[in-house]
Write a protein that binds this ligand. Structure first.
Ligand code: AMP
Ligand code: MG
Length: 486
């Protein structure tokens, strides 16, 4: 089924623990991503569904796999934990996809590993479906993220706050190397490990840096800029990751771990959904600052490789951190300029965007709809945009300022609206719709899950049959808190 070539398993033993998935009682395929399978060159045999489900649940380890749990450490909510590791995920192996890119095939929830400590190594159906929905929504939106190859029911209960149904999520990633993977070796004073890992990720993710004079500094910079771009794009779709711990930040620049993540409905820059984020560390607006903090932790790991002279190494790392901030700012401006339909840049654009945010915050406007309806305003129809705000006067003033700015660009309303609709989604995985899909699935009805996935395949299209999925939550539908629920 998979043409495996497992480069990570060829690294020294201390990088991982070899471990086989623990078979489950009654594996049953919930969903298989055929389009992604084709991209990966993965051949699924649907004539034998029992065997297919058995492979995807970890009951049958396919030929060529070398199952391992990866070692990593991480800062969780600012506190350093020297050993985390894959506690409920097993990397089956790697495949090289149709574009020549190496991708990990990982089973999440496939049983205990030496890194499990207190956990059971299992995943519940709800979080598996959430990760499926949000990762595929990210792909369709064009945002870098790990992907969903399959979801499989295990036929076994998992014990969380309540008894839930167990499931396995088959995750595809450019790699699962995280900032925390570097921290694992650095915390042990294992500089050879850090160097081996750095060389590994340069080869795998940044081969163009191999011949740089200071390849490790170039690596730090490349990772930093990728993360700055990624977070700017998160903000562009109103995404709140929820657990930006260093073990949940990839080196490849893909978004990973869709746990208590959520999308803004009413705009509020300090919005937090995650039940475990009581201090608001990972609030919407804090994400770029936290991204930079995480990159600083990566820089600390790489310091010995940056320069033999410690002061020079620190200065070089600090320059990268400054660059992170600048890059985030400029990418953020680019993202939001496009969202408000600008084709060019001018002084004052940042203020114009901020004043829209102020009106949205005050007017309790729905983040996604505001930008989508602004495209209508570009064609002269202001009503729906204005109706998104509790207080239309501020929104009206903003439209006036916006039109003054637009007057400096020679573009037709139709051209502008089309460009805006291509970057401002109509359909996002709204929190209440994700919850609804999970609740129905818990009762054995996967039709909501399927329908939501179908709508999210074309997030920039407004299709009348999915109007209900575009609408903001009614007050009683609003999700106020999300849970890791792993
Ligand atoms: P996460 O919150 O998914 O980033 O996970 C943080 C750490 O907790 C990782 O080391 C996981 O492997 C571990 N972990 C989370 N859930 C479980 C579980 N059910 N069983 C074992 N380990 C877990
Ligand atoms: Mg994680």
């Amino acid at each position: 089924m998979f043409q495996f070539d497992n480069s990570y398993a060829r690294l020294p033993d201390r990088f991982f623990a070899s471990v086989y998935p623990e078979p489950v009682e009654g594996p049953k395929l919930i969903k298989f991503n055929q389009e992604l399978a084709e991209e990966l060159g993965v051949e699924a045999d649907f004539s034998d569904p029992a065997r297919l489900a058995a492979i995807l649940a970890g009951n049958v380890v396919p030929p060529g796999a070398s199952p391992i749990a990866m070692a990593y450490a991480g800062h969780q909510f600012g506190n350093f934990v020297p050993q985390l590791g894959d506690g409920r995920a097993i990397l089956l192996g790697e495949v090289v996809d149709r574009n020549g890119l190496r991708r990990d095939i990982q089973l999440k929830g496939a049983g205990p590993t030496p890194f499990s400590r207190r956990g059971d190594g299992r995943a519940a159906l709800g979080p598996v479906l959430r990760e499926y929905i949000v990762s595929e929504a990210f792909a369709a939106l064009g945002l870098p993220a790990t992907r969903a190859l399959a979801a499989v029911a295990t036929g076994e209960p998992v014990y969380r706050e309540t008894v839930e149904q167990g499931a396995v999520f088959v995750r595809v990633a450019a790699s699962h190397v995280r900032v925390g993977t570097f921290q694992f070796f650095a915390a042990r004073g294992d500089n050879d490990g850090v160097k081996l890992l750095a060389d590994y990720v340069i080869e795998r993710h940044y081969p163009e840096l191999k011949d740089e004079e200071n390849r490790y500094l170039a690596l730090l910079r490349a990772v930093a800029l990728k993360q700055a771009d990624l977070i700017a794009r998160w903000l562009g779709v109103g995404f709140i990751h929820g657990v930006m711990n260093t073990d949940n930040m990839t080196i490849s620049g893909e978004t990973i771990d869709f746990g208590p993540c959520a999308f803004l409905d009413e705009y509020n820059p300090m919005k937090v959904f995650s039940s475990i984020d009581q201090m608001g560390r990972y609030a919407y607006r804090n994400q770029p600052g936290i991204g930079q903090w995480n990159i600083a932790r990566l820089a600390e790991c790489l310091l010995p490789l940056l320069d033999g002279d410690e002061e020079k190494a620190v200065n070089a790392a600090n320059a990268v951190l400054t660059e992170f901030g600048e890059r985030f700012q400029s990418e953020w401006l680019t993202v939001f300029r496009r969202k408000i339909g600008l084709f060019s840049g001018a002084d004052g654009d940042g203020d114009l965007i901020q004043s829209l945010f102020a009106a949205m915050h005050e007017g309790k406007a729905d983040f996604t709809l505001v930008f989508r309806r602004l495209a209508d305003a570009a064609e002269g129809r202001d009503e729906a945009f204005l109706a998104s705000f509790a207080d239309t006067a501020k929104a009206q003033d903003w439209l006036t300022a916006w039109r003054e700015r637009l007057a400096g660009e020679d573009r037709s309303g139709g051209e502008r609206a089309a460009a805006m609709r291509a970057v401002n989604p109509a359909v996002i995985p709204r929190n209440h719709r994700v919850e609804e899909a999970i609740a129905a699935a818990n009762y054995g009805d996967f039709s909501f899950f399927e329908r939501l996935l179908e709508a999210l395949e074309n997030p920039y299209d407004e299709r009348p049959e999915f109007a209900d999925l575009m609408a903001p939550p009614k007050p009683e539908e609003r999700v106020t808190q999300t849970f890791c629920g792993t």
